[in-house]
Design a protein around this ligand. Structure first.
Ligand SMILES: Nc1nc2c(ncn2[C@@H]2O[C@H](COP(=O)(O)OP(=O)(O)OP(=O)(O)O)[C@@H](O)[C@H]2O)c(=O)[nH]1
Ligand SMILES: [Mg+2]
Ligand SMILES: [Zn+2]
Length: 356
């Protein structure tokens, strides 16, 4: 595989060369199935295992095992099999609260320059959910791009696009149709500036169809697709594909819930509420009926949507709750480490011969 096509840039390459040459080869994780990692390197695609040492490290650190999009150091790469010895430092990781380890984050995909938030115009369009997605992407450092699919089924999509554009300063919103081809050229132009993007969104909105349109490869049947029982193919794993014009697209299964990760930064979201708050009489105004509240005044005047304010409150509360969970978790882990160390010291002292 051409590593430049796989998204390898000069900075990752030189970091790799300085630390891993000549014993290892650089690879990128294309898919993860069970205990096997599909990696791409200049020898081709190989099924890789994680070395025991890396597995051990992954258990200690919250960064975990390699995820799709990761750059990895491969040992004994034969072009069909390899061993992953290390995960190179990640840039722009899309993550969510880890469902198995409360207070910790789980990386979904790594090294993504952009996140396509895909929403269907037919049944799926929902501004409040879009805000949640934007908050989720906000922490990653990647550029969010909203893709409204199925314009062929929703002829009056223009006001919906306008409403989405309003959600965050400078937000890119692309209406497209995989059926009529509408908007695809504009989307491709945006992708030209984002070497690796991941597509996220509910099931059935057309993520895989879009990936298919942009890669020219039929991905309707494959190991990462399954029938969902309603006569549809549905994606079951994350998979990195090469775009025909260069660049990488990571297809993902539909997300059932959108959670704001730890330390969630709402960034460019809700800037209009931030601006209004600065005009409130009290600097700690909660906008809940205090005198001189500019936010409530804007709602009364009809220039701010009441639902927008409650969405803002809800997301802030969530981001803070995640922070609090993390604190509790860290303190507990710290206390456990101290107790363990104390036990070790006691045992060591006991084992020593008595001093004369
Ligand atoms: N009319 C119309 N149908 C579309 C369009 N894009 C996708 N579809 C249809 O929507 C259905 C779901 O598309 P998928 O691409 O499988 O959706 P997905 O987002 O990958 O779904 P999951 O893999 O379950 O997350 C399929 O029947 C597609 O043919 C579009 O632009 N217009
Ligand atoms: Mg899919
Ligand atoms: Zn206020």
């Amino acid at each position: 595989m051409d590593m430049t096509q796989l998204g390898l840039d000069a900075s990752v390459r030189s970091h790799f060369d300085a630390n891993w040459q000549p014993t290892h080869r650089i690879g990128r994780v294309l898919a993860v199935t069970g205990a096997s990692w599909l990696v791409g390197s200049d020898l081709g695609e190989a099924q890789a295992q994680v070395s025991g040492k890396l597995r051990h490290l992954a258990e200690l650190a919250s960064s975990g095992l390699p995820v799709v999009g990761d750059w990895v150091a491969l040992r004994r790469d034969t072009g069909t099999q390899a061993v992953i010895d290390a995960v190179l430092e990640r840039r722009h990781t899309l993550s969510r609260p880890d469902p198995e380890r409360p207070g910790q984050t789980e990386a979904l995909v790594a090294n993504v320059d952009g996140v396509l938030i895909v929403m269907g115009l037919d049944f799926d369009y929902n501004l409040r959910r879009l805000e949640r997605y934007l908050a989720m992407v906000g922490t990653s450092g990647a550029v969010p791009v909203v893709v409204l699919t199925k314009t062929d089924l929703a002829p009056n999509w223009q006001p919906l696009q306008q409403a989405a554009v309003q959600l965050a300063a400078g937000l890119l919103v692309h209406p497209v149709s995989a059926v009529s081809g509408q908007g695809l050229d504009d989307l491709v132009a945006t992708l030209g500036m984002l070497p690796t993007v991941v597509l996220i969104g509910s099931s059935g909105v057309g993520k895989s169809t879009l990936v298919q349109a942009l890669t020219g490869v039929d991905i309707a049947t494959g190991p990462t697709r399954a029938w969902d029982g309603r006569g549809r193919h549905t994606t079951v794993g994350r998979h990195l594909h090469l775009r025909s014009g260069g660049g990488c697209l990571i297809d993902t299964p539909g997300l059932r819930s959108v959670a704001v990760p730890i330390g969630g930064e709402l960034g460019d979201l809700f800037t209009e509420i931030g601006a209004l708050s600065r005009a409130c009489r009290f600097s700690d105004c909660q906008h809940q009926g205090e005198p001189g509240c500019a936010v409530q005044a804007a709602i009364a005047a009809g220039s701010l949507d009441r639902e927008r304010l409650s969405a803002y409150r809800k997301l802030h509360r969530e981001a803070r709750r995640q922070d609090a969970k993390q604190d509790v978790q860290l303190r507990a882990a710290e206390a456990q480490r101290r107790r363990k160390r104390a036990r070790e010291i006691r045992q060591e002292l006991k084992a020593r011969p008595p001093r004369r």
